[in-house]
Design a binder for this molecule. Structure first.
Ligand code: IPD
Length: 281
């Protein structure tokens, strides 16, 4: 397997780094400059999200004019073919999250990230994740492995849950709280070495790919939250499923990833969770 990133992946990394520079122009600037607006009671959007998204959309449109783009703030943007001659079912789709961890960003917290992923017929083909304030960059291409700051990485090797650091997150709707999600949280917390909730699902997935976390799970995530990170984990040798153990992690609203032993144990706990959205009925 090649030990360096391909020119294609490198070119997308450069684009994402340009978007990262936009985020850093706003990071820890006076809150009045951020233009914070509410998409929901807790769900925020800022000028930084929009500036980053504009760089990404313009760049990807120039590089891949035939591809469809689905971006967190702008929604679905059709490709050249669709605009000119109707839908192209074979078109590749980019899922973009211009700023994952907006709440952290608004509170000057350095754990936030950018995520872009290209899927062809529903299968991940290329992914880049950047945490600009931490200067950490992750990239993967299908069949070519996963890279962290240019170095090939794999998920934590043969680690069991009791020796693993894990991560999770909670949706802004807090839907998990009334449906058994906290019970699962407590069971996992008791079984693992420790558990983090850092506020960027994209980065949680990337850290799992890099072997920092043994595993990660979350409910109610959207495709732009998971598309890139799922490919990173898979290319780093990890397991990626929905909470029922199936493959519907992109649109199904739940994802469980990890090193093989941890993933099995995590899945077992989550599937048994009382009244949980993922529990067998
Ligand atoms: C959020 C983060 C957080 C996760 C939330 C997401 P956003 O993304 O990924 O870690 O727990 O479910 O919505 O809204 O900050 O881009």
């Amino acid at each position: 397997m090649n030990n360096s990133m391909s020119p294609l992946l490198e070119s997308v990394v450069l684009l994402v780094r340009r978007a990262g520079a936009e985020l850093l122009r706003y990071f820890r600037a006076p809150v009045s400059q951020l233009g914070v607006a509410h998409k929901g009671p807790r769900d925020l959007v800022t000028r930084a999200d929009n500036a980053s998204e504009t760089v990404l959309i313009d760049g990807l449109r120039a590089m891949f004019p035939e591809d469809t783009i689905v971006a967190e703030e702008s929604g679905r943007l059709s490709n050249e073919n669709e605009r000119d001659a109707g839908a192209n079912p074979d078109a590749a789709t980019w899922y973009i999250d211009p700023l994952d961890g907006t709440t952290n960003f608004v509170h000057f917290h350095p754990v936030h990230s950018i995520s872009v992923a290209r899927y062809i017929n529903g299968i991940g083909s290329l992914a880049v994740v950047l945490a600009p304030a931490l200067d950490e960059c992750f990239g993967a291409e299908r069949g070519r492995g996963c890279f962290w700051n240019g170095r090939r990485v794999r998920v934590a090797a043969e680690v069991e849950m009791r020796d693993a650091l894990l991560a999770t997150g909670f949706s802004y709707a807090r839907s998990e709280l009334g449906s058994g999600g906290l019970d699962c949280f407590r069971v996992v917390l008791e079984r693992c070495r420790d558990l983090r909730r850092c506020g960027s699902a994209v980065l949680d997935l990337a850290y799992t790919a890099a072997g920092i976390y043994g595993g990660f799970w979350e409910y109610h995530l959207k495709p732009h939250d998971v598309a890139a990170g799922a490919l990173l984990v898979a290319e780093a040798g990890g397991r990626v499923t929905d909470v029922a153990g199936g493959t519907d992690f992109l649109f199904g609203g739940s994802i469980v990833v990890g090193a093989p032993f941890v993933h099995s144990e995590l899945l077992e706990i989550l599937r048994r969770g009382p009244g949980h959205p993922g529990a067998p009925r």
